[in-house]
Design a protein around this ligand. Sequence first.
Ligand SMILES: NC(=O)C1=CN([C@@H]2O[C@H](COP(=O)(O)OP(=O)(O)OC[C@H]3O[C@@H](n4cnc5c(N)ncnc54)[C@H](OP(=O)(O)O)[C@@H]3O)[C@@H](O)[C@H]2O)C=CC1
Ligand SMILES: O=C(O)CCC(=O)C(=O)O
Ligand SMILES: [Mg+2]
Length: 743
Amino acid sequence: MVTESQPDAATIIYTHTDEAPLLATYSLLPIVEAYAAKAGISIETRDISLAGRILAQFNDRLPADQQVDDALAELGAMATTPEANIVKLPNISASVPQLKAAVAELQEQGFALPDYPEHPQTDEEKDVRARYDRVKGSAVNPVLREGNSDRRAPGAVKNYAKAHPHRMGAWSPESRTNVATMGAGDFFSNEKSVVLPSDDSLTIRLTTPEGTTVLKDGIPVLAGEVVDATFMSVSALHTFIREQIQRAKDEGVLFSAHLKATMMKVSDPIIFGHIVEAFFPDVFAQYGDQIRAAGLSSNDGLGALLSATDNLPDGEAIRAAVEDVLDNGPALAMVDSDKGITNLHVPSDVIIDASMPAMIRGGGHMWGMDGGEHDTLAVIPDSSYAGVYQTVIDDCRTHGALDPATMGTVPNVGLMAKKAEEYGSHDKTFEIPASGTVEVVDGAGEVLISHEVETGDIWRACQTQDVAIRDWVKLAVTRARATGVPTVFWLDAHRAHDANLIAKVEQYLGDHDTDGLDLRIMAPAEACAFSLERIRQGLDTISVTGNVLRDYNTDLFPILEVGTSAKMLSIVPLMNGGGLFETGAGGSAPKHVQQLLEQNYLRWDSLGEFFALAASLEHLSGVAGNRRAQVLAETLDRATGSFLEHDRSPSRRLGGIDNRGSHFYLALYWAQELAAQSQDAALAAAFGPLAEKLVAAESTIVDELAAVQGSPADVGGYYRPDDAKASAVMRPSATFNEALASL
Ligand SMILES: NC(=O)C1=CN([C@@H]2O[C@H](COP(=O)(O)OP(=O)(O)OC[C@H]3O[C@@H](n4cnc5c(N)ncnc54)[C@H](OP(=O)(O)O)[C@@H]3O)[C@@H](O)[C@H]2O)C=CC1
Ligand SMILES: O=C(O)CCC(=O)C(=O)O
Ligand SMILES: [Mg+2]
């Protein structure tokens, strides 16, 4: 079901997502709704959680009372309209193990969903699999991102970090931490790129000695669009992984793999599976057939395999063989050494954008099986962007850890509109079934790109629309002008796709007044070195990047500068005039949910939501001519400033204020700012009494919030919490709830 509702201009859509941000929403949203109502703004929610998205795929199989709207489709359509005003919280981009867990929970809650078919055979199984594949991985963000990305640290956040620098692990000049990357036979090396002269329709076909099969046809392209294709050679990958396993052993460092199995949902789980098999070669040589026959896939990780061993004929032997490698092979980096969860357990546990910066912030260490920190060999198979991390590592080894008290900032302008580049490649990525030639052919039958491939190679094509590139260049110039900061396009003239982009950047810069701006184009590793040299001098440098480096840089620099990307301002000016306001760059923090369930303590920091909301209110005031929205936006910004000054972010451990307490303080400061402003007397009159009440009840409310900490909490579901239970857990202060209700 798709409901086509057009929001009126006084509506903000707030997304209902997953895990920690969803839990935080149960506490924050009632505050936002109450305050916005006073300005005539209605806040509507749309459920784009993993559970909601799964259910929406199966409406034809579910009874009427269990059917849900396809809110993602609705918001995707809305994002192309000028009225769109969407606050988007992070959501789960599900790996297969997460998807299966969510399906199991929904089945338990009484939804008659089919199991996820790992090896679909019948037409029905293939249909079910296709539906789950639509939900899998990064299925939300590319749909909503009808614009390019502007992510930066707000001044207040940067100043707070300088005054209260977070802990950074020390870097030793003797550190043996490094990045290992292929450099040959990989996506970078095999890339070919063309610019389409006119609107067309492309076909991708594979020709083998047995004949020609169409892998995909009817791919619409527009004049000026950049189309790339490339592949990773599976034999080169295997050789590379075997060498790195040996290297890690020889150098006495941990072996770790860093991929983006969520966003690169087709290619990267396959690469992950190859790494798992290469790490446990004897296990798969001896028991591979049995493992596959049981419907298991190495792509789902070691965790899925181990948890299924009870049902395998040789389960015990498989477990023993795995243990043997873990005990005697090179040391594997751990996700959770207490629980024995390795880097190869779950494809979505180590996600490169967050995992590499966290390692660098920690002095180049990851956790070993002994629970101690160790140097590590970070294996990043494709070499397109791996050099960026090696550059940061080399810089820290030479100059020591970066200093958050003095360092400059690297904001990002990212190309992502219209499913640009690699992150839009899923429907054009193939694990090659038989050796032959893959060709991209235009409507006239002319071959545009051709690759010789072998069985198992991972081939993919990407598209980047010309309108998206133009808009991205414009956004870069706008940010350069607004800040006066040197602005660097991270593009490598030696890479086929980037060479085409450089030509377009040079052309489109001509459409703008760039007088006096410092605009440069540098290859990623070089641009990174340049930015680092400046950052150490306290100087700022804007990075203008493609979609993948957008993702990487907007965790890398924030995590080093301000400790977490959750505190970033992350806005997407939609190309048709609407606004998408994302919260920070951070994800949905599964570890935080664990802590809430065990200790009734949520350490999620909603600063990203506060910034997104203020930007959304400001946008709304401009579009709807709603003066009160502007007052709400300005007062919220000042309240967030007080929030930072008074250090009201959740602390990490039990006993301090957590997410709920931080929301109380935001409500208090915001009410005070609204009461004190003189632009709108009615708003001041409405919020004056509330501000007084909240001040008077501060210690009661803080006590009520603290009283619940320490024992387990029940929210009625992990992927689909029970609204009443979650709301009760997240709103435990009767005094605060009453004060809010009195507004
Ligand atoms: N925009 C989106 O929708 C995004 C979604 N994701 C999804 O999120 C999930 C987890 O991804 P992962 O790579 O682990 O990244 P996360 O950002 O969720 O987690 C990494 C760590 O960052 C810290 N963190 C993140 N956000 C906050 C916050 N608001 N307040 C305090 N600390 C925060 C936490 O560290 P600590 O332990 O120190 O508290 C957390 O454990 C995946 O399902 C992924 O697909 C990921 C990125 C973006
Ligand atoms: O869509 C996703 O899977 C994650 C998005 C992400 O990491 C980001 O936008 O920074
Ligand atoms: Mg990211």
